[in-house]
Each structure stands twice: as C-alpha cells, then as structure tokens.
Design a protein around this ligand. Sequence first.
Ligand code: PLP
Length: 360
Amino acid sequence: MSLKTSISRLARPEIVAMKPYSSARSEAPGEGVLLNANESPWSLLPDCRLNRYPEPQPELLISRLAKLYRVGPEQLLVTRGSDEGIDLLTRVFCRAGEDAIVQCTPAFGMYRIAALTQGADIISIPRLVEENFNMDTGKLLETIETDTRIKLVFLTTPNNPTGDSIDKGVLLEILEAANGKALVVVDEAYAEFSTKDSFSPLVSEYNNLVVLRTLSKAWAGAGLRCGTVIAQHEVIALLGRIIAPYPLATPVVELAERLLDPEILTLQQRLLKALTTNKQRLLRMLEAQGYITDIWPGDANFILIRLHDAAGLMRHCSNNNVTLRAFNSEPLLQGCIRISVGSDSDLDALENALTTWKTA
Ligand SMILES: Cc1ncc(COP(=O)(O)O)c(C=O)c1O
C-alpha cells in the first residue's frame, strides 16, 4: 500500500467520495469582464475591491507564508486562524460516533470543542505535573498503538497553558507509532517565542504530520484571523474539499500581505525582543511575591503560576482593571493562573496589583 493511499484511507469516506463545491472564483481568475459570480459591477468603497469575491487561497499571501514557514506553497492552506484548521482536520478525519482524538491535558480548549462538535470521542492523557507538565509520552504511545479509533493526535509546542515544549526525538516516536493510523497535528501557535526549531520541515518526510501556525501571536495579528495548515499536499487537498469557498475576506488578505511584507520583519523581530525582555521582568516580579508557590516560565509569551488563593488574586487584579486567566474546570490546574506577557505599562499595572494584594 502506498503512503499516498494511506492518508486518504484515514479520512471520512464521504469526504473523499464527494464532488467538492466549485466556486466561480476557483473556476476562473477574477480578471477581465466578470459576469460569472452575480457580483455587483460597482464598488461602494472605491479604495477596496469589495464588490468582487476574494481569491479562495490568495497567491501572494500563500507565497509569503510559504517563504516564512520554509515549505512549498502546495503544502499550505490559509485559514481563519488556527481554530479553523483544527475544525477542518476534525471534520475531515473523524467519523461521528466512531473515531476519536487524543490530547494531553491541560491542552488548548479548541481541540475538545472541535471533537465534540463533530461527535468524535475525546481521549485525554494527563500531563506529568511534577515533571514540568511534560506529556506522558509512554502512555500516549501506548494509547495510539492500542486504540484504533484515534484519527488525530493533537500536540502543542510550546503548550498552552503550561509552556513546555516537545523534543524532536519524542515527536519522531509519536509519528512512527501513528504511521498508517492517525495524523499527528503539531500546533505551533507559540513557536516563534521559543528557541527551538519548528517541525514544519519534517512535513516533507512524514505524510501523517500536520503543523499549525498562526499570525495571531508573534505576528501581533490576532484581529486578522489568519492561520496556516502545513502538511503534504494530499492532506491539504482533503481539507480544501470542505473549507468555505472564500475563507479570507479581501481586507484580511490585504492586511495579511502587508504584515508579511519583508519590511515589517525587522519590526516584528524588535517586538519579539521586547517581549523577551518583558517576560524576564514579569518572571522577576512573580518570583518576588512570597504567596506564589509555583512558577512555570515555559517557552511562550505567558507564564503559569500557582498559589493558594488564586480566586482572591484574580478578583483583586480584576478590581484593579487587570485581567488574568484561571482554569477552574481543569483538575491539574487548580490554583493556577496564566499571565500573558504585556507591554511596559501593562506590567506596571500588574506589579501594582500583585504588590498591593495581601495589604489590600
Ligand atoms: C495552542 C493554540 N492553538 C491555536 C490557537 C488559536 O489560534 P488562532 O488565533 O490562530 O485561531 C490558540 C489561541 O490561543 C492557542 O493557544
């Protein structure tokens, strides 16, 4: 059996069999006399081509993302944030009531939501709290090998909200264990904050590897909703069968292309440096508070802490107009708070709240 066949065999048969929708813009380029899409011939906003449907997968944006992530343009799908990538993968690969995803909890909440929405089962393997919240790799490998329902293995590096990263050796073991059985989805939403290399070059070698990237975090573009799925073309083509005909709005495409202009790169690198400096300040600030019992600095743009009265600190910060994130429904994160690295003035406000708490 060829590797090519094996990936399509993992997908839902009805998705493989269906004839996908063919949009007007995918059938013909948006140039010349356009009388094929029931669009308005006039634009009400002359500086924006809002009257025309956008390119389904915009060529310039794709080529800039391919260069940024060092993969081929045919290995990319641009989506409305990584959230949409997670959703598409789950809908293409999981049959309702039959298949399952596996995640290592605490994990990013959208893997669970995507699985629930699709009717897929969710297998959660608790992380090892005493070992820096690392994944229980042994348990994960055993589960992949024994549970034939698993179609997607969701991994996150650095992980949200624990900040720990995955070693290449561990990923290779997981890819081998999942070969022919499941896709391994490595969510690299926070990769730029880490000194570790991205796993995206491995996509050419492993047909069951999918890497998710986003402009939401290190590219300061959360408002854009622009994410990228990176995988071999067979996977990209399967996802392309069910993605909305025009996922990215024209203004989003224009702004994303501007954001990835080579001139902005210097500015983005400067932001990343400032963030590293501010993270060090945040860490020192947290270490100075005697009431914080545990600190997990992690490799991303946030720090996880634990204390006895997390609810009290959350309330005090909120009263001081500082919003943090607690995880009340996650058993392993009782008493934990995640704090994003902010600007200098954000950290001034946080410092004031942290130091006035017990005396308030
Ligand atoms: C691990 C992880 N993946 C994906 C996302 C969603 O990213 P996007 O904004 O690209 O949808 C987040 C958002 O916080 C995240 O933490």
